[in-house]
Design a protein around this ligand. Structure first.
Ligand SMILES: Nc1ncnc2c1ncn2[C@@H]1O[C@H](COP(=O)(O)OP(=O)(O)OP(=O)(O)O)[C@@H](O)[C@H]1O
Ligand SMILES: [Mg+2]
Length: 266
């Protein structure tokens, strides 16, 4: 099963949600892969790989290098997709890291209609993994589209502010178009409420508005906690960093919820 975490709005929690759900999946014994399609490399960094470090080991072990190879005509020298994957420090959790090369190859892949390449390389890896989580950039660009085409389900992080609400309608329209044109099996798994503050009035109102519009808001809300930034700093997802913490428990409940969601929406 492949999930993409996407919202074109920046800073809503895409990378945090990708890595923490993936870590919980791995901790539950599922062979899990994170694919980092954002040139910022935040998910890679969180899982132990700093793509901007000049002394980085094996910089070519990245999703960008794999996509470039897959799009090239020289199949005779092709390496298997698994050789681009890195193990992380965490059991059963692997990474297809981002790379600065992502920016270089995007125009070339786009101009040569290579938008299905990610789906093909993940098909090649499907026997190796029970769950794949894809982190996306904060734009509806080539890489987020390629991820939405490669995935079975999309999770939409939502940070309960008015700008998020404005962007959400456009996002849903884009998803419906992409589904019709490129990936009919894509299901919207749900909207993940992130950085929820139960004491404030506005988040509750905004969530009620989403529900009134029959949008698929997931039941488990992720509250705001300083533990998230601490866990980024320690480069350890919450399940390893603070297993008993309230936010970690919410993540676990969210994982259980999405594993049993039925997909009536879109
Ligand atoms: N539940 C939370 N509680 C507190 N802070 C959080 C929570 N979730 C995310 N954050 C913080 O919000 C910021 C943005 O999170 P993150 O990088 O995961 O978002 P993003 O959508 O991936 O951003 P970008 O669009 O830049 O890729 C980070 O500083 C992160 O620590
Ligand atoms: Mg991010």
């Amino acid at each position: 099963m492949r999930r993409v975490v996407f919202n074109q709005k920046g800073g809503v929690g895409k990378s945090s949600i990708t890595c923490n759900l993936a870590a919980i999946s791995a901790d539950a014994g599922l062979r899990t892969l994170v694919v980092d399609l954002d040139v910022q490399g935040n998910a890679s960094y969180y899982l132990g790989v700093d793509i901007h470090c000049p002394q980085m080991i094996s910089p070519e072990a990245s999703i960008a290098h794999l996509l470039r190879q897959s799009a090239s005509a020289w199949f005779s020298s092709a390496q298997p997709a698994i050789s681009f994957v890195r193990e992380t420090h965490f059991p059963k959790l692997d990474l297809l890291a981002a790379s600065p090369l992502l920016s270089t190859i995007a125009p070339e892949l786009e101009s040569r209609y290579k938008i299905y390449k990610l789906r093909e390389v993940l098909d090649e890896l499907s026997g190796e993994y029970d769950r794949i989580f894809i982190d996306t950039p904060p734009n509806f660009n080539f890489f987020s589209k390629t991820a939405l085409i490669a995935a079975d389900r999309v999770l939409i992080p939502y940070d309960c502010d008015s700008f998020s609400k404005q962007g959400l309608n456009q996002l849903l329209e884009n998803l419906v178009d992409l589904k019709q044109d490129h990936n009919p099996k894509l299901a919207i798994e749900g909207i993940v409420i992130n950085q929820f503050n139960p004491q404030a009035r506005l988040p509750g109102e905004l969530i009620a508005q989403l529900k009134n519009e029959n949008l698929p808001v997931l039941e488990t809300y992720l509250t705001s906690s300083v533990k998230m930034k601490e866990s980024h700093h320690a480069r350890q997802p919450l399940i390893y960093f603070a297993r008993q913490h309230k936010l970690t428990q919410q993540y676990q409940t969210l994982f259980e919820e999405i594993e049993k969601v039925e997909h009536a929406f879109v």
